[in-house]
Design a binder for this molecule. Structure first.
Ligand SMILES: Cc1ncc(C[n+]2csc(CCOP(=O)(O)OP(=O)(O)O)c2C)c(N)n1
Ligand SMILES: [Mg+2]
Length: 365
């Protein structure tokens, strides 16, 4: 089945509720004021966490890479807010937003950035490898497109176990030309896997614009595999939820895969080591920030709806800043992992030698 679904105010909004636009779509109209505030708070917490992590990086407390999600918050929060108990998420290395959106706390995340033993991956993963299996969050992957076949595998496991869940498999616009991504599309379609492939199109793959790197509409490639697909703006969490709801339903209840493209934007460079001066205009960043900033967009709607007022916005912001600050203190005070742990949690077979089936060596000296 091939289906294109572009979220528009006409198609998704005002489902008999009298509320305009995407806020009126049934999946949003059902939200209580507390749930709306929760979505807003998540977006603010992601932003403040990342701003604090940037300062820690600049102070040389964090090594390696740090890819910030700032500007894209409505995508992770909108998508992950739709998760039921058998829904799963896997993503690429720009993973801080998804981690907070699935409910991870800041302390183990900041500690992971600092490389500390109290980090969610025991300090051995860093920014690109946040994981929380208890929250159905499967990382955090550094090889571009590498997580996409794994997402198809998670969906396969859901189907195999007879669970009515979906696996949201996120990737960047730079991943869509990888061979493994197309192998995953093919198997998902061939085997009717309950996966939603989500392209977070932030316009750039490192310093290369999407227009210079990928031909055609990224979502339309689904047609070659007979999959449903759609395109949607990703800066309003109501819009993201209204759009994603149908694709998740297709996976959970009809066991059908789909491919969706959410158009978003990153404010910062590819990573904090990217000077970000050679491939795009400052004016382009400012244009998005001033007209489509996801936190501002949602705040304006919630204030107009009297769900938020200025005092509450201020309180949410101050709490998120304080939480981020406390997480940096927690990370600072935590110990580094012990050298003797360096080969633990790397290979399952190394941790369970009595059940090892493979031969050869697992580690180099
Ligand atoms: C297989 C592979 N090739 C190249 C790289 C180097 N690399 C890291 S990030 C990146 C760009 C990916 O861009 P995109 O998928 O759009 O994600 P975004 O950074 O925009 O979130 C590249 C080429 C890599 N990590 N893996
Ligand atoms: Mg990109």
């Amino acid at each position: 089945m091939t289906k294109k679904s572009s979220a528009t105010a006409e198609s998704q909004g005002d489902s008999g509720t009298g509320r305009p636009g995407f806020a009126g779509a049934s999946v949003n109209a059902a939200l209580t004021a507390e749930q709306r505030i929760h979505l807003f708070r998540l977006m603010v917490r992601i932003r403040r966490f990342e701003e604090r992590s940037l300062r820690a990086y600049q102070a040389k407390k964090i090594g390696g890479f740090l890819h910030l999600y700032i500007g894209q918050e409505a995508v992770a929060v909108g998508c992950c807010s739709l998760m039921g108990k058998d829904d799963h998420v896997i993503t690429a290395y720009r993973d801080h937003g998804h981690a907070i959106a699935v409910g991870m706390e800041m302390n183990p995340l900041m500690a992971e950035l600092y490389g500390k033993a109290t980090g969610c991956s025991k300090g051995k993963g860093g920014s690109m490898h946040f994981f929380d299996p208890a929250r159905n969050f499967w990382g955090g992957h550094g090889i571009v497109g590498g997580q996409v076949p794994l997402g198809a595998g998670l969906a396969y496991a859901l189907k195999y176990k007879g669970l009515k869940g979906a696996c949201m498999t996120f990737m960047g616009d730079g991943a869509v030309n990888q061979g493994a991504v197309h192998e995953a599309y093919n198997l998902a379609a061939l085997w009717d896997l309950p996966v939603v492939f989500v392209i977070e199109n932030n316009g750039y793959s490192m310093g290369t614009s999407q227009a210079r790197s990928s031909a055609g509409e990224l979502g339309r490639r689904a047609e070659a595999y007979g999959m449903a697909w759609g395109v949607c703006d990703g800066h309003d969490p109501y819009e993201v939820r209204a759009f994603m709801d149908g694709f998740l339903d297709l996976a959970r209840n009809k066991c059908k895969p789909s491919l969706v493209e959410l158009r978003t934007y990153r404010y910062r460079g590819h990573s904090v080591a990217d000077p970000d001066k050679t491939y795009r205009d400052k004016a382009e960043v400012e244009e998005y920030r001033s007209t489509k900033d996801p936190i501002q967009v949602f705040q304006n709607m919630l204030v107009a709806d009297k769900v938020l007022d200025e005092a509450l916005v201020g309180r949410i912001d101050a709490e998120a800043r304080a939480e981020a600050e406390a997480s940096a203190e927690f990370a600072e005070a935590s110990p580094f992992p012990d050298v003797s742990d360096i080969q633990k949690d790397v290979y399952w077979e190394a941790d369970n030698p009595s059940e090892r089936r493979s031969g050869g060596r697992l580690f180099f000296n």
